[in-house]
Design a protein around this ligand. Structure first.
Ligand code: SAM
Length: 223
């Protein structure tokens, strides 16, 4: 009998889900809402091409425009640090593949996500539509200025490294709001910072070392 040599496509089946969730838990992702959201959103939908058979491994992977989809455990830890409630309006700066926004959309009321690369936003929108996710608005723009039209936000997540938490984003955080942002030089290990706006002012917590692509001003050149 002749059997096909073509590899079976990778699916987010029970075995892959079990390994994926095990890796998340072992790296400190313990919030049930976050784990449930990450079990629902198939990361394989957001990784295409050469690396698609590695979609369920706990590693960052290349995506178009020279960018990366973040490591799943880092996505989980950042989402957990935001402590999102179902009523929250969330801004994500750095749409990339759209995976993080899709995870946020399972927990928050509404997600605005912005990226400087039009191609990434277009491709992420197509996946959201295909997955029937209706509470994400994806926008092309320079997210370092935030989204003044939709501000203020309950939660802000920055998925590219800034030298300091960007002032315009801090200004768009509601009272009681939380922002999570990697801070530091782009070619070095950065610190993941959690900032909370309280009556007494902004409170900063350093969470863990991370490595992100830099937050770059202006729009990407390709369309
Ligand atoms: N959250 C993404 C995901 O789930 O795939 C991963 C984001 S990737 C690590 C960082 C993203 O930030 C890139 O797509 C990059 O284009 C974007 N970026 C960098 N500077 C930006 C800026 N000023 N405004 C908006 N997006 C920016």
């Amino acid at each position: 009998m002749i059997t096909s040599l073509k590899a079976r496509p990778l699916t987010f089946d029970a075995e892959h889900k079990m390994q994926f969730l095990f890796a998340l838990r072992s790296k400190g992702v313990t919030d049930t809402r976050v784990l449930e959201a990450m079990e629902k959103v198939d990361r394989g939908r957001f990784v295409t091409g050469l690396f698609e058979d590695r979609a369920y491994e706990d590693m960052p992977l290349p995506i178009p425009c020279g960018q990366t989809i973040s490591q799943p455990s880092v996505v989980g830890l950042m989402t957990q640090a935001l402590n999102i409630s179902p009523r929250d309006k969330v801004l994500e700066v750095g749409t990339g593949s759209g995976y993080q926004a899709a995870v946020l959309s399972q927990i928050a009321r509404r997600v605005y996500t912005i990226d400087r690369h039009q191609r990434l936003v277009r491709e992420a929108r197509a996946i959201f539509d295909d997955m029937d996710i209706t509470n994400i608005t994806a926008i092309t723009g320079d997210g370092s200025h935030g989204l003044p039209d939709q501000a203020p936000f309950d939660r802000i997540l920055v998925t590219a490294a800034a030298e300091d938490p960007p002032g315009p984003l801090l200004a768009q955080l509601k009272m009681g709001g939380i922002m999570v942002v990697p801070v530091g030089q782009s070619d070095a290990v950065q610190s993941l910072i959690r900032v909370e706006r309280t009556e007494a002012g902004l409170e900063y917590d350093e969470l863990r070392p991370v490595r992100f692509v830099p937050l770059v001003e202006g729009l990407g050149r390709e369309t």
